[in-house]
Design a protein around this ligand. Structure first.
Ligand code: IMP
Ligand code: MG
Length: 170
């Protein structure tokens, strides 16, 4: 991995591993004996869900949705939920929550299918940026209003494959 101009190390791989392990422990405890659906919004959450799912020792289904939220436009579904979530315990797995627009939209979409429950897991949360009222149920770390890349998070597709997370001044 090549350091680019404007990248400042923020969260190391071992810190990420610890955050993911702790989230997995909390989820295992809260859903003991239940089957869960891990719903992963593409593309940023892919690395997170891959790690988290392997650490959660519960029966589980993984599914993907793809929602675009262009600035100033309303959210649009590119790929919808493809498993039957009615009566299921759904966990939306977000790598980061910013304004909360994508997540509010997705949560409404999930609730429309009448799941048994719907909770939100966020690796990173930027509450200072919130435009819509939304509090994740599980949070890895609350961060300041800075743009970050790495571990699935990108800036115009740069940084997704980095193992660590960096602050990035664009
Ligand atoms: P929201 O709908 O405004 O909450 O935006 C959430 C989406 O914006 C995330 O799923 C990311 O794809 C993207 N995003 C928000 N903040 C960052 C960041 O700091 N780095 C990379 N992507 C981000
Ligand atoms: Mg996302």
């Amino acid at each position: 991995m090549q350091m680019r101009e404007g990248m400042i190390p923020s969260i190391t791989k071992s810190e990420i591993d610890e955050m993911v392990a702790e989230l997995a422990r909390d989820i295992e405890r809260d859903y003991e004996g239940k089957e869960i659906v891990l719903l992963c919004p593409l593309k940023g959450s892919v690395l997170f869900v891959a790690d988290l799912s392997r650490k959660i020792k519960l029966q589980q289904i993984i599914d993907f949705v793809y929602i675009t939220s262009p600035k100033g436009e309303s959210c649009r579904i590119i790929k919808d939920v493809s498993v039957d979530i009615q009566g299921k315990h759904v966990l939306i797995i977000e790598e980061i929550i910013d304004a909360g627009r994508t997540l509010s939209f997705l949560k409404a979409r999930v609730l429309a299918s009448h799941p048994a429950s719907c909770k939100v897991v966020a690796l990173l949360d930027k509450p200072a940026r919130r435009e819509l009222q939304l509090t994740p149920d599980y949070v890895g770390r609350t961060i300041e209003d800075r743009f970050v890349i790495g571990y699935g998070l990108d800036s115009e597709e740069i940084g997704r494959n980095y193992s660590d997370i960096y602050n990035f001044a664009q």
